[in-house]
Design a protein around this ligand. Structure first.
Ligand SMILES: [Zn+2]
Length: 116
C-alpha cells in the first residue's frame, strides 16, 4: 500500500466532512428513505395552475440536484467503506493503486487515471 497512514487519515477526514455536507444538503431538499437513499420532497405550494407549474419546475430541478448529491454521497460512503476494509486506493477496474495526486484531488475516486 503506497498510501501513508497520515495521508489516509487526512483523506478520511475529507470524506467524512463531505459526507456530512452532502447529507445536510440532501435533507434540505429530500427525505431519507433508507440507508443512503433519498427521495425528493414535493412541497405542496398551492392549488391554482400557476402555483402548480412552478411547483413542478422546482420539483424536477430538485430531482436532478438530489440525484447528483445522492450519487456523490454513495461514492463517498463507499470510499469510507473501502478504508474500513483496507481496499481503499485500489482501482476498481484494473486493480492497480490509484495515483496519490488523484486521491488528494478526488478522495472518493474508484478508478485510477488511466481507467477513468
Ligand atoms: Zn485502473
Amino acid at each position: 500500500m503506497a498510501i501513508s497512514n497520515e495521508l489516509l487519515a487526512e483523506l478520511k477526514q475529507k470524506l467524512v466532512s463531505e459526507k456530512t455536507r452532502l447529507e445536510s444538503e440532501l435533507s434540505r431538499i429530500g427525505k431519507k428513505v433508507d440507508g443512503n437513499e433519498y427521495e425528493t420532497s414535493f412541497d405542496d405550494l398551492g392549488r391554482d395552475k400557476e402555483d402548480n407549474a412552478s411547483e413542478v419546475d422546482e420539483y424536477s430541478d430538485n430531482v436532478a440536484v438530489e440525484d447528483n448529491l445522492e450519487k456523490h454521497l454513495k461514492d463517498v460512503a463507499s470510499a469510507l467503506e473501502r478504508m474500513e476494509k483496507g481496499t481503499y486506493g485500489i482501482c476498481d477496474n484494473c486493480g492497480k493503486e490509484i495515483e496519490i495526486e488523484r486521491l488528494q484531488a478526488y478522495p472518493e475516486a474508484k478508478t485510477c487515471l488511466s481507467c477513468n
